[in-house]
Design a protein around this ligand. Structure first.
Ligand code: ATP
Ligand code: MG
Length: 477
């Protein structure tokens, strides 16, 4: 591609230069030829007048011998051919030939013109010298009749030679210009083409999925701007592709996790149903036990499905929160009493504490059922992941613009390397243990999404073996 453009560009400007030189030469040539001819004509005319005034007297007196003596000196001084013709057309003196060799000049064009108007000019082949000449003849008059003619001549070739010299000089100059144009043109095109070639390479690399190549931005002109845009585009594409890849990974992981979570209880349920079909149905006591296991797994399936539905709903863009005013104090109280049975089972105590809000209370605008779910998930975790007899504390604090709630337990805690991941879907620190207590790893994901949808914040702090605190804030309005 590079050479294609360079060749076309340089070819075009060279051709243009050459063409301009030729056109220039053509017109200059015409003009110069005119000019030189006119110069020559004027020179011949004034010299012819000069010579005719010098020889007027001897011509009238027909002192041809005297004239012949003077002619060579005058001709060499003027560097022009001189011919003296008598009134009858006979050549009486001539600077370049013997007069005897010459025929009658009475009808020569310049002579007939001089006879008519005193001075005559013509361009024609010289019979005598065999080359193109410019002639000027002046009639020497006496008593109104021509007494003879003084004729001066110069070869036209001389004019043409002069024009040719200039013509050649201009042409040489033109060719030098073309060579210069070639060199400078090659340099300029290369400086334009090289960045374009580099850009093409980067663009091609991008089209093949390689986003690593970048251009050096060397100038601030259009090419520099283009290079910068190309670099920016590569950056953005790389970012977008990597986002898409991670989104895709999240999606596949999610599908794999869901399938796995569903498969475990389903396999178990099918196993017990088959056992029942194979005769266990007759054994009333065992049959009842199997059915209760089936029921437990079915409940687990229902829970997973419900949690997934909640998550999907929270994530879908259309989710509108049903914002209503309610008192956080009431809500915490309700949820805690809902857990009193479960806590009692494990010999745990739940303590509820409210700080601040003496005047304003804990009134806030939020989606009550969804915040209830948040509290349920957090208290459920605190109970599940704490040993028997432990204590759970729920502290609600009224701040200037927020209500802050933390659920604190002194249970198993979470190893540091896991704390930042527990909000991910299906993420469980100890899969087997969580599953044993009925956990699928969706609870905290729902908490996070709900709080973020409310423009609040959520964070977790935990010490292994000491306990865990999950805190969330909600804006009051
Ligand atoms: N209070 C806590 N103490 C110790 N570990 C916790 C606590 N809360 C959460 N975890 C850890 O974080 C993981 C994720 O919690 P999350 O509530 O999202 O899921 P889950 O409780 O396993 O299942 P689900 O809540 O969906 O029934 C848990 O499996 C557990 O390992
Ligand atoms: Mg949970």
């Amino acid at each position: 591609m590079q050479h294609g453009i360079v060749r076309k560009f340089i070819g075009a400007i060279s051709l243009l230069t050459l063409l301009s030189v030729l056109i220039l030469n053509f017109f200059v040539g015409i003009k110069l030829k005119d000019y030189f001819e006119q110069q020559t004509s004027e020179r011949l005319r004034s010299n012819a007048r000069l010579v005719s005034s010098l020889l007027e007297q001897p011509l009238i007196e027909k002192d041809f011998e005297g004239i012949r003596e003077k002619i060579p000196a005058i001709a060499s001084t003027l560097s022009e051919r001189i011919t003296i013709i008598d009134s009858g057309g006979t050549v009486v003196a001539e600077s370049e030939r013997n007069t005897g060799q010459l025929d009658n000049h009475f009808m020569r064009l310049e002579v007939t013109r001089a006879r008519e108007s005193g001075i005559g000019e013509s361009n024609r082949m010289s019979d005598t010298l065999g080359k193109s000449m410019k002639y000027v003849a002046v009639a020497v008059m006496s008593d109104g009749t021509p007494q003879g003619y003084v004729r001066l001549a110069l070869p036209i070739e001389d004019i043409e030679d002069q024009v040719q010299v200039i013509y050649r000089t201009v042409l040489t100059g033109g060719l030098v210009a073309v060579v210069l144009v070639l060199i400078i043109g090659a340099f300029i095109t290369r400086s334009i083409i090289t960045p374009i070639t580099e850009m093409t390479e980067v663009a091609e690399a991008i089209s093949k999925g390689d986003f690593s190549k970048r251009l050096k931005v060397k100038s601030s002109d259009e090419l520099g701007v283009l290079a910068r845009s190309l670099n920016l585009m590569a950056d953005e594409l790389r970012q977008t592709i990597s986002n898409l890849k991670s989104m895709d990974k999240t999606r596949t992981d999610f599908v794999a996790n869901v399938s796995h979570e569903l498969k475990t209880p389903l396999t178990s349920i099918r196993g017990f149903i088959e056992t029942l079909e194979d005769g266990a149905l007759e054994d009333k006591a065992n049959a009842r036990r199997f059915l209760s296991i089936i029921k437990k797994h079915t409940n687990a399936l229902t829970n997973i499905t419900n949690d997934l539905l909640k998550l999907t709903e929270l994530e879908s863009a259309e989710t509108r929160l049903e914002m209503n005013p309610f008192d956080m104090k009431d809500l915490v109280g309700e949820v805690v009493s809902g857990f009193s049975y479960a806590a009692k089972q494990k010999g745990q105590t739940i303590r509820v504490e409210f700080r601040g809000g003496d005047e304003e209370g804990f009134l806030l605008y939020a989606d009550r059922p969804r915040i209830e779910q948040v509290l349920v998930n957090l208290i459920d975790n605190a109970i599940k992941y704490s040993p028997e007899g432990s204590r759970i504390k729920i502290i609600s604090e009224r701040l200037k613009y927020n209500v802050k709630v933390s659920v604190e337990d002194n249970g198993t805690g979470i190893p540091d390397e896991h704390t930042h991941r527990v909000f991910e879907r299906f993420y469980r620190v100890d899969k087997a243990r969580s599953r044993a207590v009925g956990g699928t790893g969706l609870g905290l994901a729902i908490v996070k999404h709900t709080v973020l949808l409310h423009r609040g914040e959520v964070y977790i702090t935990s010490n292994l073996g000491m306990g865990t605190t999950v805190t969330f804030t909600l804006p009051i309005n």
